[in-house]
Design a protein around this ligand. Structure first.
Ligand SMILES: Cc1ncc(COP(=O)(O)O)c(CN[C@H](C(=O)O)[C@H](C)O)c1O
Length: 346
């Protein structure tokens, strides 16, 4: 592995392998706006099957998949219940408001999932002219800001049942749902069965260069396809990209356990050297650790880069490390040594 720098900023940095590049070059393609690209159709069918949904739509990114779900489920002035620390609420440019006029109804998701009490509190009496009508509950699994924490289907079930009882649809931001499924040893279908729509990323731990799938029932996906077109997301010969996604879904799901093992081992090594790691229940491929108070983030990032490691900074004194398939197991010890050296140099 002749790599000068190990990139642990995110699992979004994974690059397509030779197998994907061959599949991309050889992909049979057609015009996907006419729904005639056979490789896109095959990818959508496989994604839907893996999540136990009727249909799926290939989209350019996880953000686009989540946005299309919000626009399909909610009308202008209606509310989507979102976690205060969720990606949808914090890192998608406010698309739900900017493009959909959808009102975020923010609840605490400190443990990765909101409580049923907070969900109930967000579902206010829509007949009262003062209140926003909640139409959608958005969940995130694994939960990024909680450290890539995986939630079990059992943990999600009461929220989904209450949402249904209150007449809300449920969307799962499943950018890393396969990390959750693999970490907890459950079939991803069990998550799909709990929700009305689920967005899965092909371009993170699964290693495809581009894209996500938005899965749901046929009616939902037909409406979502219309929203994708309105957003300019209708793609022509996208089978070139979908071919990589097929390799990802066919052969990169189970190996996510390797990324989780790398994160476990790296955590052990960093803890042993006294770094202040956050305890993450049901951890997957992420590590968060605190820096000494008052550390200038950019100084630490530079120190790490000088030691050959790129790190992420989700909050002022919090460092995030994400393991992935482009970080080999044998590099973990080097990464640990480099990070400890950078902390010691602060
Ligand atoms: C839970 C979740 N849902 C959606 C997305 C958006 O996916 P993309 O739009 O980047 O494909 C992300 C990306 N997360 C990225 C990362 O973790 O490095 C950054 C923060 O945007 C995500 O973590």
């Amino acid at each position: 592995w002749d790599v000068s720098v190990w990139d642990l900023r995110s699992d979004t940095v994974t690059k397509p392998c030779d197998e994907m590049r061959r599949a991309m070059a050889e992909a049979v393609v057609g015009d996907d706006v006419y729904e005639e690209d056979p490789t896109v159709r095959e990818l959508e069918a496989l994604g839907a099957r893996l999540l136990g949904k009727e249909a799926a739509l290939f989209v350019a990114s996880g953000t686009m998949g989540n946005l299309i779900a919000l626009l399909t489920h909610c009308g202008r002035g209606q509310g989507a219940v979102v976690g205060a620390r969720s990606h949808i609420y914090n890192y998608e440019g406010g698309g739900m408001a900017a493009l959909g006029g959808v009102m975020p109804l923010v609840v605490d998701d400190g443990t990765g999932l909101p409580s049923t009490e907070d969900l109930l509190g967000a579902c206010r009496d829509a007949s009262n002219v003062h209140f926003v009508e909640a139409r959608l509950l958005c969940l995130e699994n694994t939960h990024n800001a909680s450290g890539g924490r995986a939630a079990s289907p059992e943990a999600m079930e009461p929220l989904c049942a209450l949402a249904r009882e209150k007449g809300l649809s449920v969307h799962l931001d499943g950018a890393r749902v396969f990390n959750a499924a693999v970490a907890l040893g459950v079939d991803a279908c069990r998550y799909g069965a709990l929700v009305d729509s689920v967005q899965i990323c092909l371009s993170k731990g699964l290693g495809a260069p581009v894209g996500s799938l938005l899965c749901g029932d046929g009616t939902f996906v037909r409406e979502a396809r219309k929203w994708r077109k309105r957003l300019g997301g209708g793609m022509r010969q996208a089978g070139v990209l979908a071919a990589a996604g097929l390799v990802a879904l066919r052969s990169r799901i189970d190996r996510l356990a390797e990324d989780h093992e790398k994160a476990r081992r790296l955590s052990l090594l960093l803890r042993r050297e006294g770094l202040d790691l956050l305890d993450i229940p049901d951890a997957t491929n992420m590590i968060y650790f605190r820096l000494p108070r008052g550390t200038e983030p950019h100084r630490f990032v530079d120190l790490c880069r000088n030691e050959g490691v790129l790190v992420g900074f989700p909050a002022r004194d919090l460092v995030r490390l994400v393991t992935h398939l482009d970080l080999p197991e044998e590099a973990v010890d080097d990464v640990a040594r480099s990070l400890v050296k950078a902390v010691r140099a602060l």
